[in-house]
Design a protein around this ligand. Structure first.
Ligand code: SAH
Ligand code: SF4
Length: 364
Protein backbone atom coordinates (compact mmCIF):
# COMPACT_ATOMS: atom_id res chain seq x y z
CA UNK A 1 0.00 0.00 0.00
CA UNK A 2 1.28 3.47 -0.88
CA UNK A 3 1.53 5.56 2.25
CA UNK A 4 0.38 9.16 2.28
CA UNK A 5 3.02 11.88 2.53
CA UNK A 6 2.55 13.72 5.82
CA UNK A 7 4.10 16.93 4.44
CA UNK A 8 1.30 17.06 1.82
CA UNK A 9 -1.05 18.25 4.57
CA UNK A 10 -1.45 21.79 5.88
CA UNK A 11 -1.68 22.28 9.65
CA UNK A 12 -5.42 22.78 9.30
CA UNK A 13 -5.82 19.50 7.43
CA UNK A 14 -3.70 17.62 9.96
CA UNK A 15 -5.88 18.92 12.81
CA UNK A 16 -8.84 17.16 11.20
CA UNK A 17 -6.99 13.83 11.14
CA UNK A 18 -4.93 13.99 14.33
CA UNK A 19 -6.32 14.97 17.73
CA UNK A 20 -5.87 16.55 20.21
CA UNK A 21 -4.55 19.71 18.54
CA UNK A 22 -1.35 19.91 20.58
CA UNK A 23 -0.21 16.63 19.02
CA UNK A 24 -0.28 18.28 15.59
CA UNK A 25 1.93 21.03 16.96
CA UNK A 26 4.37 18.45 18.33
CA UNK A 27 4.48 16.56 15.03
CA UNK A 28 5.06 19.75 13.04
CA UNK A 29 7.92 20.63 15.36
CA UNK A 30 9.51 17.20 14.82
CA UNK A 31 9.14 17.38 11.06
CA UNK A 32 9.93 21.06 10.42
CA UNK A 33 12.25 22.02 13.30
CA UNK A 34 14.05 18.74 14.05
CA UNK A 35 13.80 17.25 10.54
CA UNK A 36 12.64 13.89 11.86
CA UNK A 37 12.60 11.17 9.19
CA UNK A 38 10.64 8.60 11.20
CA UNK A 39 7.76 8.67 13.68
CA UNK A 40 9.92 6.65 16.08
CA UNK A 41 12.00 9.74 16.74
CA UNK A 42 8.92 11.53 18.14
CA UNK A 43 9.53 10.42 21.70
CA UNK A 44 6.95 12.76 23.24
CA UNK A 45 4.11 11.03 21.33
CA UNK A 46 2.44 7.93 22.79
CA UNK A 47 3.80 4.70 21.31
CA UNK A 48 0.51 3.58 19.78
CA UNK A 49 0.04 6.94 18.09
CA UNK A 50 3.52 6.66 16.54
CA UNK A 51 2.72 3.16 15.24
CA UNK A 52 -0.62 4.24 13.84
CA UNK A 53 0.87 7.28 12.11
CA UNK A 54 3.73 5.21 10.67
CA UNK A 55 1.17 2.76 9.23
CA UNK A 56 -0.62 5.52 7.39
CA UNK A 57 2.04 8.12 6.56
CA UNK A 58 5.57 8.42 5.28
CA UNK A 59 7.86 11.30 6.24
CA UNK A 60 10.35 10.66 3.45
CA UNK A 61 9.06 11.55 -0.01
CA UNK A 62 12.62 12.28 -1.17
CA UNK A 63 15.94 10.47 -1.14
CA UNK A 64 19.22 12.27 -1.85
CA UNK A 65 20.94 10.67 -4.84
CA UNK A 66 23.72 13.14 -5.33
CA UNK A 67 25.09 16.45 -4.10
CA UNK A 68 27.56 18.69 -5.85
CA UNK A 69 29.24 21.67 -4.29
CA UNK A 70 30.34 24.58 -6.41
CA UNK A 71 33.43 26.73 -5.85
CA UNK A 72 31.13 29.60 -4.90
CA UNK A 73 29.61 27.51 -2.10
CA UNK A 74 26.28 26.70 -3.72
CA UNK A 75 25.18 23.11 -3.32
CA UNK A 76 23.07 21.32 -5.83
CA UNK A 77 20.99 18.29 -4.87
CA UNK A 78 19.52 15.56 -7.00
CA UNK A 79 16.57 13.94 -5.22
CA UNK A 80 14.71 10.76 -6.07
CA UNK A 81 10.95 10.67 -5.56
CA UNK A 82 9.21 7.55 -4.30
CA UNK A 83 8.23 6.60 -7.87
CA UNK A 84 11.84 6.77 -9.05
CA UNK A 85 11.71 10.11 -10.90
CA UNK A 86 14.35 12.71 -10.10
CA UNK A 87 14.30 16.45 -9.40
CA UNK A 88 16.82 19.11 -8.45
CA UNK A 89 17.10 21.78 -5.80
CA UNK A 90 19.95 24.19 -5.04
CA UNK A 91 21.13 25.84 -1.84
CA UNK A 92 22.60 29.24 -2.60
CA UNK A 93 24.67 30.99 0.02
CA UNK A 94 25.17 34.69 -0.26
CA UNK A 95 27.52 36.41 2.13
CA UNK A 96 26.07 39.56 3.62
CA UNK A 97 28.43 41.99 5.23
CA UNK A 98 26.98 43.80 8.21
CA UNK A 99 28.57 46.12 10.71
CA UNK A 100 28.23 45.52 14.44
CA UNK A 101 27.27 48.43 16.65
CA UNK A 102 30.89 48.45 17.87
CA UNK A 103 32.05 48.99 14.28
CA UNK A 104 33.39 45.46 13.70
CA UNK A 105 32.52 43.66 10.48
CA UNK A 106 30.26 40.68 10.76
CA UNK A 107 29.79 38.20 7.95
CA UNK A 108 26.42 36.60 7.76
CA UNK A 109 25.30 33.87 5.46
CA UNK A 110 22.04 34.43 3.70
CA UNK A 111 20.43 31.26 2.46
CA UNK A 112 18.23 30.96 -0.59
CA UNK A 113 16.86 27.62 -1.71
CA UNK A 114 15.83 27.14 -5.32
CA UNK A 115 13.20 24.42 -5.57
CA UNK A 116 11.44 22.44 -8.29
CA UNK A 117 7.69 22.31 -8.80
CA UNK A 118 7.35 19.60 -11.47
CA UNK A 119 9.21 16.63 -12.92
CA UNK A 120 10.04 18.08 -16.34
CA UNK A 121 8.03 20.93 -17.83
CA UNK A 122 5.30 21.36 -20.45
CA UNK A 123 6.30 24.86 -21.51
CA UNK A 124 9.14 23.74 -23.76
CA UNK A 125 11.44 26.78 -23.87
CA UNK A 126 14.06 26.40 -26.59
CA UNK A 127 17.00 27.26 -24.31
CA UNK A 128 16.03 25.14 -21.30
CA UNK A 129 17.41 21.71 -20.53
CA UNK A 130 14.48 20.78 -18.27
CA UNK A 131 12.20 21.16 -21.29
CA UNK A 132 14.18 18.64 -23.32
CA UNK A 133 12.96 15.68 -21.26
CA UNK A 134 9.30 16.69 -21.67
CA UNK A 135 6.75 16.73 -18.87
CA UNK A 136 6.37 13.82 -16.45
CA UNK A 137 4.19 14.96 -13.54
CA UNK A 138 3.40 17.61 -10.98
CA UNK A 139 5.08 17.48 -7.59
CA UNK A 140 2.84 17.23 -4.55
CA UNK A 141 3.01 19.96 -1.90
CA UNK A 142 4.97 17.59 0.37
CA UNK A 143 7.51 16.85 -2.34
CA UNK A 144 7.98 20.59 -2.83
CA UNK A 145 8.31 21.35 0.89
CA UNK A 146 10.63 18.39 1.58
CA UNK A 147 13.28 19.73 -0.83
CA UNK A 148 13.84 22.49 1.71
CA UNK A 149 13.75 20.32 4.84
CA UNK A 150 16.19 17.80 3.32
CA UNK A 151 18.59 20.63 2.49
CA UNK A 152 18.21 22.23 5.92
CA UNK A 153 18.93 18.90 7.58
CA UNK A 154 21.95 18.11 5.39
CA UNK A 155 23.48 21.53 6.05
CA UNK A 156 22.48 21.68 9.73
CA UNK A 157 20.71 25.00 9.12
CA UNK A 158 19.21 26.15 12.37
CA UNK A 159 15.41 26.15 12.63
CA UNK A 160 15.33 29.92 13.28
CA UNK A 161 17.68 30.84 10.45
CA UNK A 162 16.11 33.00 7.76
CA UNK A 163 15.80 31.19 4.47
CA UNK A 164 14.38 32.53 1.22
CA UNK A 165 12.64 30.33 -1.29
CA UNK A 166 12.61 30.75 -5.05
CA UNK A 167 10.46 28.53 -7.26
CA UNK A 168 13.09 28.59 -10.00
CA UNK A 169 14.11 24.94 -10.21
CA UNK A 170 12.58 22.49 -12.62
CA UNK A 171 9.06 23.00 -13.88
CA UNK A 172 6.54 25.80 -14.28
CA UNK A 173 5.09 26.57 -10.82
CA UNK A 174 1.90 28.16 -12.17
CA UNK A 175 1.17 25.01 -14.16
CA UNK A 176 0.95 23.27 -10.77
CA UNK A 177 -0.87 26.10 -9.03
CA UNK A 178 -2.86 24.07 -6.47
CA UNK A 179 0.12 22.22 -5.04
CA UNK A 180 2.38 25.26 -5.22
CA UNK A 181 -0.08 27.47 -3.31
CA UNK A 182 -0.46 24.70 -0.77
CA UNK A 183 3.33 24.50 -0.41
CA UNK A 184 3.48 28.30 0.03
CA UNK A 185 1.03 27.95 2.94
CA UNK A 186 2.84 24.97 4.51
CA UNK A 187 6.15 26.87 4.31
CA UNK A 188 4.49 29.85 6.00
CA UNK A 189 2.97 27.90 8.95
CA UNK A 190 4.26 29.65 12.12
CA UNK A 191 4.41 26.29 13.96
CA UNK A 192 6.49 24.86 11.14
CA UNK A 193 9.08 26.43 8.86
CA UNK A 194 7.67 29.91 9.33
CA UNK A 195 8.82 31.25 5.96
CA UNK A 196 6.41 34.04 5.23
CA UNK A 197 5.23 34.45 1.62
CA UNK A 198 7.17 37.70 1.31
CA UNK A 199 10.33 35.58 1.48
CA UNK A 200 9.05 33.28 -1.27
CA UNK A 201 9.28 34.11 -5.00
CA UNK A 202 7.33 32.35 -7.72
CA UNK A 203 9.04 32.50 -11.10
CA UNK A 204 6.88 31.99 -14.16
CA UNK A 205 7.28 31.81 -17.90
CA UNK A 206 4.20 34.04 -18.03
CA UNK A 207 0.93 32.10 -17.81
CA UNK A 208 -1.08 35.33 -17.65
CA UNK A 209 -4.39 33.77 -16.57
CA UNK A 210 -2.65 31.97 -13.69
CA UNK A 211 -0.78 35.13 -12.68
CA UNK A 212 -4.20 36.80 -12.41
CA UNK A 213 -5.52 33.87 -10.39
CA UNK A 214 -2.52 33.85 -8.02
CA UNK A 215 -2.89 37.62 -7.63
CA UNK A 216 -6.53 37.26 -6.59
CA UNK A 217 -5.47 34.89 -3.79
CA UNK A 218 -3.48 37.79 -2.34
CA UNK A 219 -0.97 35.55 -0.55
CA UNK A 220 1.75 38.21 -0.28
CA UNK A 221 4.09 36.25 -2.51
CA UNK A 222 6.80 37.82 -4.69
CA UNK A 223 6.59 37.47 -8.44
CA UNK A 224 9.33 36.93 -11.02
CA UNK A 225 8.59 36.90 -14.73
CA UNK A 226 10.88 35.06 -17.14
CA UNK A 227 10.61 37.55 -19.99
CA UNK A 228 13.79 36.93 -22.02
CA UNK A 229 12.54 38.81 -25.10
CA UNK A 230 10.82 42.13 -25.77
CA UNK A 231 8.99 41.38 -28.98
CA UNK A 232 6.48 38.63 -29.53
CA UNK A 233 8.18 37.18 -32.58
CA UNK A 234 11.45 36.40 -30.82
CA UNK A 235 9.69 35.41 -27.60
CA UNK A 236 7.58 32.88 -29.48
CA UNK A 237 10.73 31.38 -30.90
CA UNK A 238 12.37 31.09 -27.48
CA UNK A 239 9.22 30.34 -25.48
CA UNK A 240 6.33 28.75 -27.43
CA UNK A 241 3.97 29.62 -24.54
CA UNK A 242 4.07 33.18 -25.88
CA UNK A 243 1.60 32.11 -28.59
CA UNK A 244 -1.01 31.54 -25.89
CA UNK A 245 0.05 34.39 -23.58
CA UNK A 246 1.78 37.25 -25.36
CA UNK A 247 3.90 39.99 -23.81
CA UNK A 248 1.00 42.44 -23.58
CA UNK A 249 -1.13 39.95 -21.62
CA UNK A 250 1.74 39.34 -19.19
CA UNK A 251 2.31 43.05 -18.59
CA UNK A 252 -1.42 43.49 -17.96
CA UNK A 253 -1.47 40.60 -15.45
CA UNK A 254 1.59 42.00 -13.66
CA UNK A 255 -0.04 45.41 -13.37
CA UNK A 256 -3.01 43.76 -11.63
CA UNK A 257 -0.83 41.70 -9.27
CA UNK A 258 -0.77 42.81 -5.62
CA UNK A 259 2.82 43.70 -4.79
CA UNK A 260 4.10 44.41 -1.30
CA UNK A 261 4.79 48.16 -1.03
CA UNK A 262 8.49 47.54 -0.33
CA UNK A 263 8.96 45.02 -3.12
CA UNK A 264 9.33 45.00 -6.89
CA UNK A 265 8.35 42.54 -9.58
CA UNK A 266 11.44 40.85 -10.90
CA UNK A 267 11.84 40.49 -14.65
CA UNK A 268 14.33 37.80 -15.55
CA UNK A 269 16.07 38.29 -18.86
CA UNK A 270 18.23 35.43 -20.03
CA UNK A 271 20.88 37.03 -22.21
CA UNK A 272 21.84 34.96 -25.25
CA UNK A 273 24.66 36.01 -27.55
CA UNK A 274 23.50 37.71 -30.76
CA UNK A 275 19.88 36.87 -30.00
CA UNK A 276 18.64 39.37 -27.43
CA UNK A 277 21.76 41.22 -26.21
CA UNK A 278 21.57 44.40 -28.32
CA UNK A 279 20.79 47.88 -27.08
CA UNK A 280 17.59 48.16 -29.12
CA UNK A 281 16.21 45.36 -26.90
CA UNK A 282 17.23 47.27 -23.76
CA UNK A 283 15.44 50.32 -25.16
CA UNK A 284 12.23 48.34 -25.74
CA UNK A 285 12.49 46.72 -22.31
CA UNK A 286 12.69 50.11 -20.64
CA UNK A 287 9.55 51.22 -22.48
CA UNK A 288 7.70 47.99 -21.73
CA UNK A 289 8.31 48.23 -17.98
CA UNK A 290 7.33 51.87 -17.77
CA UNK A 291 4.85 52.33 -14.92
CA UNK A 292 5.71 49.02 -13.22
CA UNK A 293 7.70 48.84 -9.99
CA UNK A 294 10.19 46.48 -11.58
CA UNK A 295 13.72 45.24 -11.24
CA UNK A 296 15.51 43.45 -14.03
CA UNK A 297 17.80 40.49 -13.53
CA UNK A 298 20.07 39.81 -16.48
CA UNK A 299 21.15 36.17 -16.52
CA UNK A 300 24.09 34.81 -18.48
CA UNK A 301 22.89 31.97 -20.68
CA UNK A 302 24.65 28.86 -19.37
CA UNK A 303 25.47 26.64 -22.38
CA UNK A 304 25.25 22.85 -22.37
CA UNK A 305 26.12 20.15 -24.90
CA UNK A 306 23.92 20.24 -27.99
CA UNK A 307 22.48 23.73 -27.59
CA UNK A 308 22.53 26.18 -30.50
CA UNK A 309 22.69 29.15 -28.10
CA UNK A 310 25.81 30.88 -26.80
CA UNK A 311 26.86 32.60 -23.62
CA UNK A 312 26.85 36.40 -24.12
CA UNK A 313 29.97 38.58 -23.96
CA UNK A 314 30.43 40.33 -20.62
CA UNK A 315 30.85 43.71 -22.33
CA UNK A 316 27.45 43.34 -24.03
CA UNK A 317 25.61 42.36 -20.87
CA UNK A 318 27.25 45.24 -18.95
CA UNK A 319 26.32 47.69 -21.71
CA UNK A 320 22.72 46.41 -21.55
CA UNK A 321 22.68 46.87 -17.76
CA UNK A 322 24.17 50.36 -17.92
CA UNK A 323 21.59 51.46 -20.46
CA UNK A 324 18.81 50.52 -18.03
CA UNK A 325 20.35 51.71 -14.75
CA UNK A 326 21.33 55.07 -16.26
CA UNK A 327 17.66 55.55 -17.06
CA UNK A 328 16.52 54.69 -13.54
CA UNK A 329 15.54 51.04 -13.94
CA UNK A 330 17.03 48.80 -11.24
CA UNK A 331 19.03 46.09 -12.95
CA UNK A 332 21.40 43.41 -11.69
CA UNK A 333 23.48 40.83 -13.51
CA UNK A 334 23.35 37.23 -12.35
CA UNK A 335 26.19 34.98 -13.13
CA UNK A 336 24.53 31.59 -13.07
CA UNK A 337 25.59 30.58 -9.57
CA UNK A 338 27.55 27.39 -9.37
CA UNK A 339 28.44 27.55 -13.04
CA UNK A 340 31.11 24.85 -12.53
CA UNK A 341 28.40 22.43 -11.42
CA UNK A 342 25.94 23.39 -14.16
CA UNK A 343 23.56 25.12 -11.79
CA UNK A 344 20.99 26.16 -14.38
CA UNK A 345 17.86 24.13 -13.97
CA UNK A 346 17.82 20.61 -15.30
CA UNK A 347 21.53 20.39 -15.88
CA UNK A 348 22.53 18.13 -12.99
CA UNK A 349 19.72 15.71 -13.68
CA UNK A 350 20.74 15.48 -17.33
CA UNK A 351 24.32 14.84 -16.30
CA UNK A 352 23.27 12.10 -13.90
CA UNK A 353 21.32 10.37 -16.64
CA UNK A 354 24.17 10.57 -19.16
CA UNK A 355 27.05 9.93 -16.78
CA UNK A 356 26.16 7.93 -13.72
CA UNK A 357 29.77 7.81 -12.47
CA UNK A 358 30.56 11.52 -12.54
CA UNK A 359 33.69 11.77 -10.45
CA UNK A 360 32.87 15.28 -9.29
CA UNK A 361 29.79 13.95 -7.63
CA UNK A 362 29.60 13.06 -4.01
CA UNK A 363 27.38 10.02 -3.79
CA UNK A 364 25.33 9.50 -0.70
N1 SAH B 1 9.52 27.68 -15.20
C1 SAH B 1 9.80 28.85 -14.45
C2 SAH B 1 10.73 28.61 -13.29
C3 SAH B 1 11.87 27.68 -13.53
S1 SAH B 1 13.07 28.15 -14.74
C4 SAH B 1 10.34 29.94 -15.33
O1 SAH B 1 10.67 29.70 -16.48
O2 SAH B 1 10.38 31.06 -14.84
C5 SAH B 1 14.05 29.27 -13.81
C6 SAH B 1 15.03 30.12 -14.62
O3 SAH B 1 16.10 29.32 -15.17
C7 SAH B 1 14.36 30.81 -15.80
O4 SAH B 1 14.44 32.21 -15.68
C8 SAH B 1 15.16 30.31 -16.96
O5 SAH B 1 15.30 31.29 -17.89
C9 SAH B 1 16.49 29.91 -16.36
N2 SAH B 1 17.24 29.03 -17.25
C10 SAH B 1 16.79 28.01 -17.99
N3 SAH B 1 17.78 27.49 -18.75
C11 SAH B 1 18.89 28.22 -18.49
C12 SAH B 1 20.25 28.20 -18.98
N4 SAH B 1 20.65 27.30 -19.86
N5 SAH B 1 21.12 29.12 -18.49
C13 SAH B 1 20.72 30.02 -17.58
N6 SAH B 1 19.47 30.11 -17.07
C14 SAH B 1 18.56 29.22 -17.54
FE1 SF4 C 1 9.79 25.26 -18.17
FE2 SF4 C 1 10.94 27.41 -17.05
FE3 SF4 C 1 12.40 25.64 -18.46
FE4 SF4 C 1 10.69 27.25 -19.71
S1 SF4 C 1 12.53 27.88 -18.54
S2 SF4 C 1 10.92 25.05 -20.08
S3 SF4 C 1 9.04 27.37 -18.24
S4 SF4 C 1 11.33 25.25 -16.56
Amino acid sequence: MNKKILQDYTGEELSKIITPAFRVKQIKSWVYHHHALSFDEMQNLPKEMRVKLADEFTLTPLKTLMMQESKDGSRKYLFELNDGHTIEAVLLMMRDEQYHEDGGLKHQKRYTVCISSQVGCKVGCAFCLTAKGGFVRNLTAGEIVSQLTMIKKDNAIDANRRVNIVYMGMGEPLDNLDNVTKAIKIFADPDGLSISPNRQTVSTSGLSSKIEKLGLMDLGINLAISLHAVDDELRERLMPINKAYNIESIIKAVKNFPINARKRVMFEYLVIKNINDDISAAKKLLKLLDGIKAKVNLIYFNPYGGTEFKRPESQDIIRFQEYLTQRGLLCTIRESKGIDISAACGQLREQEVSNKDSNHAKLR
